[in-house]
Design a protein around this ligand. Structure first.
Ligand SMILES: [Zn+2]
Length: 340
């Protein structure tokens, strides 16, 4: 667990959270929303430690007291963690939280309960949790973390103070790779660009080392789609049945590919290409695509991303997009705006 000053990015959010502590205006429930791997959980844990510290310094934990040490080690008696176990957060887990928060804090004035992947609460669990949110015991602070706000009960969302996290800037991802993975600038460049603003993903890409294979799969799928019939497009989409995260990564990589195609068509400058190591394929594909077609595809991929964030079924989202990108996609569905 860290200090706020060690966190990369999200400075506005951090300043708001620190102020809540210095001004004594802490909400009883927060909902941290935003893409995966940008640091929501890190900020949540840091905020939890600061909330539990009896002598906070400028809205952050002092780092020296017993509570701060316990929180850093993950064994503070007033800090509760709830995670899907496995797959979903179940009603028994919520009941256990209710039992704990009904007691007075062991050490200080507060208890903090951090709920990761809050969208995985079963309907029963969410309804049960709602009762606690409606009448929270004094001194409790809930921090819910989620990538899929649409999958949460609206009644739960409306009772939390929502905090929106955005993707990190490329320079911030780069800073994270240098600091946390110990990479040099040259080796950090590609994972930083491919991460789509997610430090978690950049670190995973850097650790994996193999940056060619996964991209190659995406680019050859894109090339195959350009020639695919609707039936073939549907078959290619089957690989994403139930694979939300995999599809999200696929779409980010696909966007980068079409961005490169566009840059190549418009500028023809190798230095501006991100996927420089795929230049022969890029050149070949650029010949088959007009600038208008590329812009159209980029818009459709972004629509698919939007639907996916709104909790669309991954396979269905992939099928609709792939058919649009397929051989007859330009004319097959006139006026269709990609509703899923
Ligand atoms: Zn402290």
């Amino acid at each position: 667990m860290k200090f706020f000053s060690e966190i990369i990015g999200h400075q506005k959010i951090i300043s708001l959270l620190r102020k809540s502590i210095t001004a004594g205006r802490v909400a009883h429930a927060y909902l941290f929303l935003g893409p995966a791997g940008v640091g929501k959980r890190t900020v949540a844990r840091t905020y939890a430690r600061a909330l539990l510290c009896p002598h906070p310094r400028d809205g952050d934990a002092c780092g020296d007291c017993r509570g701060c040490r316990q929180a850093a080690e993950g064994n503070h008696p007033d800090l509760l963690f709830v995670k899907p176990a496995p797959g979903t957060i179940k009603i028994d887990q919520v009941r256990e939280v209710q039992r704990r928060v009904a007691l007075t804090p062991y050490q200080g004035r507060r208890q903090v309960c951090l709920i990761e992947q809050a969208q995985t609460m079963t309907v029963e669990a969410a309804n049960c949790f709602l009762k606690t949110l409606e009448e929270p015991p004094a001194g409790i602070v809930f921090i819910l973390v989620s990538e899929q706000p649409y999958a949460l009960l609206p009644t739960v969302v409306s009772r939390c103070q929502q905090v929106f996290f955005h993707s990190l800037a490329p320079a911030e991802v780069m800073e994270g790779l240098l600091r946390l993975a110990g990479l040099d600038r040259e080796r950090a460049e590609l994972p930083a660009v491919l991460s789509g603003g997610s430090l978690g993903r950049a670190l995973a890409l850097a650790a994996e080392g193999n940056l060619t294979g996964p991209r190659e799969k995406v680019f050859t799928t894109a090339a195959a789609l350009a020639q695919a019939s609707p039936a073939q497009a549907c078959r290619l989409a089957q690989a994403f049945a139930g694979e939300r995260e995999e599809l999200q990564v696929f779409l980010e990589t696909l966007l980068l590919w079409y961005r490169d195609l566009l840059v190549w068509r418009l500028a023809g400058d190798e230095k501006m290409i991100v996927n420089r190591d795929f230049l022969p394929l890029l050149r070949r594909e650029a010949k088959n695509c007009t600038v208008f077609r590329i812009l159209d595809i980029i818009e459709k991929v972004e629509q698919a991303q939007k639907h996916l964030r709104a909790n669309a079924n991954p396979r269905l989202a992939a099928e609709v997009l792939f058919m649009q990108l397929g051989r007859r996609g330009e004319n097959a569905l006139p006026g269709y705006r990609g509703k899923v």
